[in-house]
Design a protein around this ligand. Structure first.
Ligand code: TYD
Length: 142
């Protein structure tokens, strides 16, 4: 499974660092929503869902955490620990965020506003959903 990790351009000088993120430029979609998680309790696993339509970029702007990505066939764990790195998470991808350092701030840039109807929160339902999507794609290729 291929994962896409962006390395953003830090604009550093003797005063410190600055990262700027523009939609369609650094972020490959229109940013409709930004949210962030902090004060995450140790050993907590967040996420545990997939989205039907929404895409996102995750940036651990402070501290570190791990992201488990699962496309229904393969799983991969990605470490986020640099404030200038962003992990792209496509639609139809199960994600779990875990191993948050006590100081972690995980910022999320999302392509859609919050819509509970876009969530798949049950893992078996997710597996059924991606299988159906694969079937439709294979039928379209014929
Ligand atoms: P939740 O979906 O459980 O977070 P995650 O799955 O990423 O661990 O969201 C926690 C709460 O915040 C839940 O009550 C829904 C609410 N929420 C919003 O109101 N707007 C948002 O953009 C998000 C991501 C969550």
């Amino acid at each position: 499974m291929q994962t896409i990790k962006y390395t953003f351009q830090p604009h550093g000088d003797e005063r410190g660092q600055l990262v700027s993120l523009e939609e369609y430029n650094d972020i490959p979609f229109r940013i409709k929503r930004v949210y962030y998680m902090y004060d995450t309790i140790p050993d907590v696993i967040r996420g545990r869902h997939a989205h039907k339509k929404l895409e996102q970029i995750l940036v651990c702007v402070h501290g570190s955490c791990k992201i488990r990505l699962d496309n229904g066939k393969e799983k991969k764990i990605v470490v986020l620990e640099k404030p200038y790195e962003g992990l792209y998470v496509a639609s139809n991808m199960w994600r779990e965020m875990f191993d948050f350092s006590p100081d972690a701030v995980l910022m999320v840039f999302a392509s859609e506003i919050y819509d509970e109807a876009d969530y798949i929160r049950d893992y078996d339902e997710f597996l059924d959903y991606v299988e159906k999507c694969d079937d439709i794609e294979s039928a379209e290729e014929v």
